[in-house]
Write a protein that binds this ligand. Structure first.
Ligand code: GLN
Length: 197
């Protein structure tokens, strides 16, 4: 199957690895820069973006990963992973950095204390007719989508919670924890195209 890495610095990387392996991918956990070169796609899991950022820089992964993103590596980020892919992060902590690549502005922890965690059904036309059951856990929202990016899903109130830009894909929620596999399949299609170059 396609060679896919899961960034395993912190967060729910095991859940992603399980889903990807179930879809036939050849999965490896990525912690070091040289491991990045062995994969044709990367998933950045949910977790805590402030910690992921610090660890990525401490392990020397941030710069190589930015270069790989710029060179077209397919990357799918969920929740904290979406924050790491966003060009601009609001409500970041002092000094927090993202890898960037997605021409979007995201706001961390955007749902307020009453709604920090919730589940809902979303229409995602790119994935077909059946709604996507989406689990949000202290997730970000996409406050604005730049010209280079496309919204894939919005909440009933119009807030954007899934985006795509070329080989980059991001969701505010966590398909990896509730049996929803279509985002991962959609991502693996990009990885296969990339691997066949
Ligand atoms: N609130 C976390 C952050 O800002 C994201 C939460 C998650 O990934 N479930 O990184």
């Amino acid at each position: 199957g396609p060679r896919v890495g899961v960034l395993a610095l912190q967060g729910d990387f095991r859940e992603h690895a399980r889903v990807l392996a179930g879809l036939g991918a050849d999965v490896s956990l990525i912690r070091r820069p040289e491991e990045l070169e062995t994969v044709d796609g990367l998933v950045i899991p949910g977790g805590e973006s402030t910690v992921m950022d610090k660890l990525a820089r401490a392990y020397g992964l941030a710069e190589p990963l930015k270069a790989a993103i710029a060179a077209g590596l397919p990357v799918y980020g969920t929740c904290a992973g979406l924050i790491m892919l966003a060009d601009t992060v609001l409500d970041a902590i002092e000094g927090q950095q993202s890898f960037g690549g997605l021409d979007v502005v995201v706001r961390r922890n955007a749902f307020g204390s009453q709604n920090q965690s919730f589940e809902t059904d979303l229409d995602v036309p790119a994935l077909g007719e059946a709604p996507v059951h989406a689990v949000f856990i202290r997730g970000p929202v996409v406050e604005s989508v730049g010209d280079s990016a496309t919204a894939l899903a919005t909440l009933d109130d119009g807030r954007v919670v899934a985006v795509e830009q070329g080989n980059l894909l991001g969701t505010s929620f966590h398909p990896e924890i509730d049996g929803e596999t279509r985002f991962h399949e959609y991502f693996l299609d990009k990885v296969r195209v990339r691997a066949a170059r």
